[in-house]
Ligand binder design. Structure first.
Ligand code: KIV
Length: 295
């Protein structure tokens, strides 16, 4: 890893953090207009999860544009069987850690905090209180799972200045209701998923994670949703961007990696090298490939 501990801020010219380069941050901070710009010129948006200061700073230095402090931390950091057991205070702690890592290294990444199970389900006021906790810990945007009832909550948050990322398809917080980690949006379910996605865009969601849905469906939605950037995970290559869980793409996992994941560490000499390979592969369209998405 090439992050060094100096009092002065590291820089990004070569994609590596070294003490010898001029101490000027050369990259523009990622913002919603900047993400729209990337999309408008056909450049894929890159996102990775991170849960602590160091990994977040390394991902940022590798050029990852969006960092998601996902509630997947329940499974990869806490050893839980699902994300259902993750609480708001845990999310706050990890969002704050990641935010600190980015601030200390003059990181430019857009930071998204996951609202955990039970922290927004009671209604929009509860969602606002929970979102405020993550925003005050350093998040730039919050993510919430599900369609239908979440549109009203999304509108309420967006009207109050909180950018929202929606999440449809396989929504891990409802894994028990879905009957397992299965592909969603097949057959008749595609129309419902599409309706939910349009409602969320209309409510002001600026981003939409599509998890484990057919590639055709996510590609169609990407064309239909100009102001809501689709970010795929196991959803084919037709989305505006891609996200992977950090541990999965480094090939370190307590469980078997999902089929759609590529182990970028297997082809790299360092963690930062793996992140850089991921950014390159998403940008040049070589990840994901069709062989990884049989649905
Ligand atoms: O919690 C998480 O890491 C997520 C990603 C799988 C998108 O929601």
């Amino acid at each position: 890893m090439s992050i060094t501990h100096t009092d002065a801020a590291p820089v990004y010219g070569s994609g590596k953090l070294t003490p010898t380069e001029p101490r000027v941050a050369q990259r523009k901070p990622i913002s919603l207009p900047r993400l729209a710009e990337l999309r408008a010129r056909g450049e894929k948006i890159t996102m990775l999860t991170a849960y602590d200061a160091t990994f977040a700073a390394v991902a940022d230095a590798a050029g990852v544009e969006c960092i998601l402090v996902g509630d997947s931390l329940g499974m990869v950091c806490q050893g839980l069987a699902s994300t259902v057991g993750v609480g708001l205070e845990t999310m706050r702690y990890h969002v704050e850690s990641v935010s600190r890592g980015l601030l200390r290294t003059q990181g430019t990444a857009w930071l998204i905090g996951d609202l955990p199970f039970g922290s927004y389900h009671e209604g929009r006021e509860q969602a606002l209180r929970s979102a405020a906790v993550l925003m005050q810990a350093g998040a730039h945007m919050v993510k919430l799972e599900g369609g239908g009832w979440t549109a009203e909550t999304t509108r309420f948050l967006v009207e109050r200045g909180i950018p929202v990322c929606a999440h449809l398809g396989l929504t891990p917080q409802t894994v028990h209701a879905l009957g397992g980690y299965r592909v969603q949006g097949r057959g008749d379910a595609a129309a419902t998923l599409k309706r939910h996605a349009h409602e969320l865009q209309d409510a002001g969601a600026a981003m939409l994670v599509l998890e484990m849905v057919p590639a055709v469906l996510s590609a169609e939605l990407t064309l239909e949703l100009p102001t809501c950037h689709t970010i795929g995970i196991g959803a084919g290559k037709g989305t505006a961007g891609q996200v992977l869980v950090l541990h999965d793409m480094l090939g370190v996992n307590l469980a078997k990696n999902p089929k759609f994941v590529r182990n970028f560490m297997a082809e790299a000499h360092s963690v930062q090298g793996a992140f850089e390979a991921y950014v390159r592969a998403v940008k040049d369209g070589s990840f994901p490939n069709d062989a990884l998405h049989a649905w």
